[in-house]
Design a protein around this ligand. Structure first.
Ligand code: NG6
Ligand code: CA
Length: 507
């Protein structure tokens, strides 16, 4: 009934009366999952049956991207539809970072809320909370609820950054006021045990950074004290996201809903539930992929049980490409074998080479999408404008500055075109990439730090600021052809400059 009223309300408000649709929407975003990490993209060293099933029932994109090669800027762009480099301080958010998306900003969530949807984010946030800093013992706002979400249940930053607590709507869950939570970047006193002073007691050793406060036998980035009753066990995160999501979906099954399911898997510290530990030969990195795949399966089971699958658009994506050693000695490097986390691409997390942003991208809507494979260029940044089109919502001129409405391409419609260009950025936009058709321009001011560790490709270093690659015969970006194609190089440099200077790319 509620769904009926929401649709009616929305139909009355909409300008495109007959084309609007209000399917449920679930965006499943993995963390640090590479293009080659899933079975349907060629992985054989581990099995991802649930993701493969999603693919078999939907559309798999071979040119699907996230917009940045780290978490915070990709998530910023996913929600706001604007390239993160356009706003200051959108790089990896620290534990006490303020809310990056300001209240009043148009987001996927606010677009869908306006269209009558119930909206929730469950999982990793990493877009800051509070202003000018999170008030861990008070109200944590602004946050998701101030930019269009009705409900949130969050890991506030990352699992390797303090504190390891859940944020439920505006509060830390299960926080005992008699045991307040303190979070800081300096040790509260010289007796605080750290990953350095108590290294021999750790259940997973660090390799770089990650040697401050110890929680659950794992040392982290940053310090915190108190909030003991609120702390989670890393092993339980996947189960928690699923339990909370199932409850929320069930409670909102009678109206259109939007769930942003932001898994912490497979970010470090990779500490999957005990039942997944040892399930692959790849160590905890592989086991975390299996845990993520299980989560996908559980969500799909819930849709089936509630008979919602046919009317639900599911989008599966990742926030950046893969990394092996991201600060802990978890065997990811030693146990890699022949597995190729970035598939055929070079680079990975932190890099503007394809491996940094060309990531798993699948859409499924059984009532609407005909299963297949698409080679069109699509990006997580386009979900905002495309979903506005789907639901018949008109975007304000100043909203979603770089989100392109490519709904038919996302739904895999025959002949539908994706993007003709896409900008890719590293964490803070120092290095940029530009994909235009078959060509890729890379503007490399600094070398991406994890490139060499993920990819086996041998890259020819030209050393210049700009490099040009022709992707159909060089997907691995190993051969800079800028000297052979000076006109193409010039054209792409000026397009890149224009995108940066224009302040927007959505017309
Ligand atoms: C880096 C961390 C890395 C990871 C990353 C954020 C160190 C040495 N490295 O600064 O471990 O946490 O930030 O990852 O501390 S992301 O996927 O959330 O962007
Ligand atoms: Ca990430």
């Amino acid at each position: 009934m509620l769904r009926f009223y929401a649709t009616l309300l929305f139909l009355c408000a909409s300008s495109s009366l007959f084309s609007a649709e209000t399917p449920n929407i679930i965006v499943i975003m993995a963390d640090d999952l590479g293009y080659g990490d899933i079975g349907c993209n060629g992985a054989t060293a581990l099995k991802t049956p649930n993701i493969d099933k999603l693919t078999a029932e939907g559309m798999r994109f071979t040119n699907g991207y996230c917009s940045a090669s780290t978490c915070t800027p990709t998530r910023f762009s996913l929600l706001t539809g604007t390239y993160a480099f356009r706003q200051k301080n959108t790089g990896i958010a620290p534990p006490n970072g303020p809310a990056i998306i300001r209240p009043g900003t148009t987001t996927i969530a606010s677009i869908l809320k306006k269209a009558g949807y119930a909206t929730a984010v469950i999982g990793k946030w990493h877009l800051g909370l509070g202003d000018p800093a999170p008030d861990w013992n008070g109200e944590l706002k602004p946050g998701p609820l101030e930019i269009g979400f009705d409900h949130c249940h969050l890991l506030p930053t990352t699992n390797d950054r303090v504190p390891q607590v859940y944020v439920n709507n505006h509060r830390v869950l299960n926080l005992d006021p008699k045991d307040p939570l303190w979070v800081g970047s300096e040790a509260p006193d010289e007796n605080t045990p750290t990953g350095i002073t108590h290294r021999s007691t750790l259940k997973m050793d660090w390799s770089h950074g990650h040697n401050q406060t110890i929680h659950n036998g794992i040392s982290r980035i940053g310090f915190y004290t108190g909030g003991m009753a609120a702390r989670f066990r890393d092993e339980d995160l996947g189960d928690e996201w699923i339990k909370r999501s199932n409850t929320w979906i069930e409670a909102h099954k009678d109206q259109p809903f939007f769930l942003y399911f932001a898994s912490h898997d497979i970010h470090v510290p990779r500490m999957p539930h005990e039942r997944f530990q040892g399930s692959t030969t790849l160590g905890f990195r592989g086991d975390s992929i299996v845990e993520f795949d299980w989560c996908v399966g559980e969500l799909m089971k819930t849709l089936d049980r509630l008979k919602l699958a046919e009317n639900t658009l599911v989008v599966l994506c990742s926030d950046n490409g893969p990394v092996l050693d991201d600060g802990y000695q978890d065997g990811a490097v030693e146990k890699l074998g022949t597995h190729e986390p970035a598939g055929p691409f070079s680079g990975g997390k932190y890099s503007v080479l394809e491996g940094g942003t060309r990531t798993p991208f699948i859409t499924r809507w059984t009532g609407r999408i005909k299963p297949g494979v698409s080679n069109e260029v699509v990006c997580t940044i386009d979900l905002a404008a495309s979903i506005a089109t789907l639901t018949g919502t008109t975007l304000a001129q100043e909203a979603c500055l770089d989100s392109l409405s490519i709904l038919p391409a996302l739904l895999g419609e025959a002949g539908a075109k994706g993007r003709d260009h896409l900008l890719q950025q590293d964490n803070n936009g120092t290095n940029l990439g530009l994909r235009m058709g078959d060509w890729k321009l890379v503007r490399m001011k600094t070398k991406g730090k994890s490139e060499a560790k993920v990819s086996r490709k041998v890259r020819q270093e030209s050393g210049g600021l700009h490099r040009l690659y022709h992707l159909p015969d060089d997907a691995g970006e190993t051969k800079d052809v800028s000297a052979e194609h000076p006109e193409r190089l010039k054209e792409m440099i000026s397009k890149l400059d224009e995108i940066v200077a224009a302040g927007r790319t959505r017309i």
